[in-house]
Write a protein that binds this ligand. Structure first.
Ligand SMILES: NC(=O)c1ccc[n+]([C@@H]2O[C@H](COP(=O)([O-])OP(=O)(O)OC[C@H]3O[C@@H](n4cnc5c(N)ncnc54)[C@H](O)[C@@H]3O)[C@@H](O)[C@H]2O)c1
Length: 337
């Protein structure tokens, strides 16, 4: 099987490539990534010499490049992780989110149709459902809820989902969609909550927490997300959406305190800052469908997942320093011109 993984130099994409090549050594994977600020070729060092892996630098919005790549490689499966993914950046500049997340997805769908791929999988997010109230712990996101987005990021992801489903209905393209809750684990860019707090706490810097830190997120270890996508592309029903989450809700402030405790740092580092505009209150996934249909269950609980994650950041200070110092840009130029 030959799989196109877009956005594979980012957090979840690179974990997915390691997961798949570990589990299916005979599969071929081509990674297409534009290497934006969030993409890091170093994250793929572990597969760069694998004969079944190939990296192509380019944008999913580059129609000509995408068409040529599909014509040459004849992919069986496309898994689209490539996206602008940071809500705060979408509030500052929504347009690049539309360009990549909507138009880029359209380019991939068009090429998947033209070259008759056997499965197009869109990696989406629970944020397309908007949010849930804090005082209704009985409510969960199910796949049949209407899409009610809050940020330009989630609006762009919801648009991509609708387009994906439209390509199925109109052209019969065999698509699937996964909508996952917040991921954590190795290789996550240090602008996101968990790595941001680990990196800053390590340096004894203030930990900026939005509002009172009471917003609730449903955390899933990244390998469990990869496992879900693996199951969906192999056994998921075409045209279907699958929610992915492990019933692991935590207030942001609880997550920050866990990190401080594990790093043996004082809570005085916490600094409450002005809340994010339009900040979603609570996300909580109902994963019954993927669990009942495909037998998916998460394997990593929050405590052991956090231990592994924190240890990874402690062991990989070079990876973080390169991002922070901007040296990574030079690395990328050196390797790929
Ligand atoms: N991180 C989460 O908690 C989470 C949860 C659910 C869903 N998702 C979704 O999973 C996907 C991956 O998220 P992530 O956290 O790994 O993101 P990330 O920001 O870490 O990585 C995104 C990757 O996409 C690449 N990219 C950006 N624009 C591109 C373009 N035009 N063409 C090709 N590549 C491009 C970047 O270079 C980067 O390597 C996204 O679609 C996101 O919406 C993320």
């Amino acid at each position: 099987m030959k799989i196109l993984v877009t956005g594979g130099a980012g957090f979840i994409g690179c974990n997915f490539i390691y997961y798949m090549l570990g589990r299916y050594p005979d599969y071929e994977i081509v990674c297409l990534d534009a290497l934006t600020y969030a993409g890091n070729l170093k994250s793929l060092d572990g597969v760069k010499n694998n004969k079944n892996f190939k990296f192509v630098k380019g944008s999913i919005s580059d129609k000509e490049l995408v068409d040529t790549l599909f014509a040459e490689e004849k992919f069986d499966v496309v898994v689209n992780f490539a996206a602008e993914s940071h809500v705060d950046r979408s509030i500052e500049n929504p347009f690049i989110f539309l360009e990549t997340n909507v138009m880029g997805t359209a380019c991939l769908l068009e090429a998947s149709k033209k070259y008759s791929v056997k499965r197009y999988h869109q990696v989406s997010t629970d944020e397309v459902y908007g949010d849930l109230p804090l005082d209704r712990p009985d409510l969960f996101f199910t796949e049949d809820l209407p899409l009610t987005t809050s940020s330009p990021y989630s609006a762009s992801k919801a648009s991509a989902d609708l387009l994906t489903l439209a390509f199925h209905r109109t052209y019969g393209l065999p698509v699937t969609i996964s909508r996952c809750s917040n991921n954590y684990g190795p290789y996550q860019f240090p602008e996101k909550l968990i790595p941001l707090m680990i990196v800053r706490a390590q340096e004894n810097e203030a930990l900026p927490v939005y509002g009172e830190g009471l917003n609730v997120r449903d955390w899933l270890y990244v390998d469990d997300h990869c496992k879900a996508i693996d199951m969906i592309i192999h056994n998921g029903r075409v045209g279907e959406v699958y929610n992915v989450g492990g019933h692991n809700e935590r207030q942001n402030i609880q997550v920050v305190r866990t990190i401080l405790r594990q790093l043996d740092k004082p809570e005085t580092l916490i600094s409450y800052v002005k809340d994010r505009a339009g900040h979603d209150l609570r996300y909580a996934i109902d994963p019954s469908k993927i669990s009942n249909e495909l037998g998916w269950e998460p394997e990593t609980d929050f405590d052991s997942g956090m231990k592994k994650t924190i240890q990874w950041y402690l062991d990989n200070t070079e990876w973080i320093e390169e991002i922070k110092s901007g040296e990574y840009a030079e690395y990328s130029r050196r390797i790929y011109g």
